[in-house]
Design a protein around this ligand. Sequence first.
Ligand SMILES: [Mg+2]
Length: 119
Amino acid sequence: MSDQKMTLVELVEKYRSIADFLNTHWPLKDKQQQTFARIMKLVEELGELSDEILTSMNLARDSKIAKFSQENMQDEFADVLASLILLAIELDIDVEKVMRKKITFTRERFGMDSKRSMV
Ligand SMILES: [Mg+2]
């Protein structure tokens, strides 16, 4: 795998082509059904990530704990982020723009730029 950094914009663009592929190969009835499918997929993937985290904390069946791997947990995290990006694309959300806004909001909320700028 490449060590080259990927920006958030590049990440979303890569998923835009995946979204186009998915929509072409598995078309759904309409936009509403497509959005519904995307949000349900996100919920499914969150469940799978939760399952991996619980297993990592030994809060699962012994047979599952025996099969736990950090790599599986990372894969499930990636599935969550991928599903979230696909949902953003479906909802025409500019991920970079809204995250910049959210970071500014959060920094202002906690006074991170005015108080001791240690954070
Ligand atoms: Mg998964």
